[in-house]
Design a protein. Structure first.
Length: 213
């Protein structure tokens, strides 16, 4: 199955620029979607397929920074590359601090633009993969019983099986059985892997020592 090329969303109020950049991007193997304003971009569905946004700074309606803020509030994960003829240092600093991948001034050399797009696409792919891994981990933990959730929370904090048994009012043999089931459901072979999953999901701040029996 052939993977579709990334979509580059060009948001710019300059018609001639949109036409020229679309020609360049299509010739470079990308799909292109064009918008004359930030408001027009928001009217469409916010997809998170591979791609990025080339965003002008000064436009009628929402300006570039306002659109960036709106997209962040909507949890849009598409990376943004600002490409503007009206930028300054304070604008670029604010844009980068609030998550933009790059800030380029028009006119920009073809090689510089394409390199910035590729960096943005690579970052987006890494974020998508990380999101998928976290989602998969959450699904594994969601399969726990209520008691297994309790045992897991104590295990990853370094408590011994006998301590957990005392805390939960159960036998040590029962705790061992729960722990075995937890390891199977998490599809891990070691205590360290279980702790790593708990850390990635924010269930424990830092790994703690403690030999498990």
């Amino acid at each position: 199955m052939t993977t579709a090329p990334p979509v580059i969303h060009v948001v710019d109020d300059d018609t001639s620029f949109r036409t020229a950049i679309a020609r360049l991007l299509r010739a470079s193997g990308y799909q292109v979607a064009l918008y004359e304003s930030g408001d027009q971009f928001l009217q469409g569905p916010l997809r998170n397929e591979p791609g990025c946004i080339l965003l002008d700074m000064r436009m009628a309606g929402l300006d570039g920074l306002e659109l960036q803020d709106r997209l962040r509030n909507l949890d849009c994960t598409l990376p943004i590359v600002f490409l503007t003829g009206h930028g300054d240092i304070p604008m670029s600093v604010r844009a980068i601090k609030t998550g933009a991948e790059d800030f380029l001034s028009k006119p920009v050399p073809k090689e510089t633009l394409l390199a910035a797009i590729e960096r943005a696409l690579q970052r987006h792919e890494e974020k998508r993969e990380q999101h998928d891994r976290i989602t998969a981990m959450r699904a594994l933990v969601a399969a726990f019983t209520a008691r297994e959730h309790e045992v897991f929370a104590l295990v990853v904090r370094g408590k011994l099986n006998k301590q957990i048994a005392f805390d939960l009012g159960a036998s040590e043999r029962t705790i061992k059985a729960h722990r075995h089931s937890i390891m199977q459901k998490l599809r891990v072979q070691s205590f360290a892997e279980a702790v790593s999953i708990a850390e990635r999901l924010g269930l424990v701040a830092t790994p703690m020592g403690g030999n498990q029996q």
